[in-house]
Design a binder for this molecule. Structure first.
Ligand code: GLU
Length: 415
């Protein structure tokens, strides 16, 4: 699926939801469009002394329930349509887990693997300065997303703070702990995904200790899911990264795989495992499949061959709408991105609260509060799913869009 279609898919999902909840047509019209899109040029001094101009975006979809919130991704394929679709997803995601935010997203068209540390820092600082006119702790709070690290978040915090003349830790989340980051933030997306996957297993009456798990993508989210679900004694039988996958029927020692990838740059070649392609990995028989890489990996071409019983979307938008229909028809329980990966933004919310209050919580407190929010949200969505006899994505959308619509209704239209 082309990137442009991601926005079409988001609008289509909104339309289906609007019909189902009988959304006021005026509010539906408003929700179709982002509140603000900012396109910036980012002139960056390269190491060879030349200047290269990168393009960056920050899109704020809706701020009716609170300040906008959402990550920043660095990727060569970033487009304005994609960032807009992802900003819209953030609006619904924050509403599903009921945290007081609207949705935003940012992106820079670049390949961070081809930039030096210095180039990456200068690009980040100039991008931050350019979007500085619309971000802020009570306006819009960026965070990590694809290819952006806590180090990048630290530069964003520093640049914004230097521009306003004082330290503003609440302007960004996913920061290093030494400047106001939260304990547990870095693994929060994976941890939240594991909490809802365990609930999904319970719902399907599968014993986690007997469950097999396949994970596509071994970055921040994927490797955390592997580590935490293995702690529940589930068997992780296959994992992959952008270079391909590895399989071991008896289960992989996921911590050793993490170490191996750190050392060699890839999971490929892990001793005792069999090399498989990403495509083969997706169609392996398993109880839980976790797509934790990029969007549109499960399409109408491969959906009918998927043999998982549950899919937990750790990535944003890994399943196309046509594939979603096929999977629903096959009885696969798909825990949608706006629920399955909402652990990241939930702990971002905790980080923002801690940064604003300058009072920091223990890791146990963070994880405990995260679990409560994720399990409650899962059960809220299941209730809608059963009552309305819809799939889980539509149920989550109905819950999320309904909450934003209620905020829009009581606020009314200005002027
Ligand atoms: N990028 C993450 C997401 O898509 C986290 C956003 C945040 O923490 O604000 O949910």
């Amino acid at each position: 699926m082309k990137k442009e279609n991601m926005l079409n898919a988001a609008l289509k999902n909104l339309e289906l939801t609007a019909e189902k909840i009988r959304l006021d047509p005026d509010i539906h019209e408003k929700f179709k469009y982002p509140k603000r899109c900012l396109i910036v040029s980012i002139p960056t001094r390269m190491d060879d002394g030349s200047i290269r101009v990168f393009t960056g975006y920050r899109v704020q979809h809706n701020m009716e329930r609170g300040p906008c919130k959402g990550g920043i991704r660095y990727h060569p394929d970033v487009t304005l349509d994609e960032v807009t679709a992802l900003a819209m997803l953030m609006t619904w995601k924050c509403a599903v887990v009921n945290i007081p935010y609207g949705g935003a997203k940012g992106g820079v068209v670049c390949d961070p693997k081809k930039l030096s540390g210095g180039e990456l820092e200068r690009l980040t600082r100039r991008y931050t300065s350019e979007i500085g006119i619309i971000i802020g702790p009570d306006k819009d709070i960026p965070a990590p997303d694809v290819n952006t690290t806590s180090e990048v978040m630290g530069w964003i915090m520093d640049t914004y703070s230097m521009n306003v003349g004082h330290s503003v830790p609440g302007v960004v989340t996913g920061k290093p702990l030494s400047i106001g980051g939260s304990k547990g933030r870095w693994e929060a997306t994976g941890r939240g995904c594991v909490y809802v996957s365990l609930e999904a297993l319970k719902y399907k009456k599968i014993d986690p200790k007997k469950a097999t798990v396949v994970i596509q993508g071994y970055g921040n989210a994927g490797s955390a899911v592997a580590r935490l679900i293995a702690k529940e004694q589930a068997r992780v039988i296959a994992v992959s990264d952008s270079r391909g996958g590895i399989y071991r029927k008896e289960g992989l020692d996921v911590n050793k795989v993490i170490e191996f990838k750190k050392r060699t740059g890839s999971v490929i070649g892990f001793p005792g495992s069999k090399k498989i392609s990403n495509e083969e990995l997706l169609t392996l028989p398993c109880d839980v499949l976790v797509p934790a890489a990029l969007e549109n990996v499960i399409t109408k071409e491969n959906a009918s061959r998927i043999k998982a019983r549950i899919i937990s979307e750790a990535a944003n938008g890994p399943i196309t709408p046509e594939a979603g229909e096929i999977l629903h028809g096959k009885g696969v329980l798909v825990v949608p991105d706006i629920l399955a990966n909402a652990g990241g933004v939930t702990v971002s919310y905790f980080e923002w609260v801690q940064s604003l209050q300058a009072y920091f919580w223990s890791e146990e407190e963070v994880n405990q509060k995260l679990k409560k929010i994720m399990v409650n949200a899962f059960n809220d969505v299941v209730r809608v799913m059963e009552k309305e006899k819809v799939d889980m994505r539509l149920a989550a959308m109905m819950l999320g869009v309904g909450r934003v619509a209620e905020a829009a209704r009581v606020r009314g239209l200005y002027p």
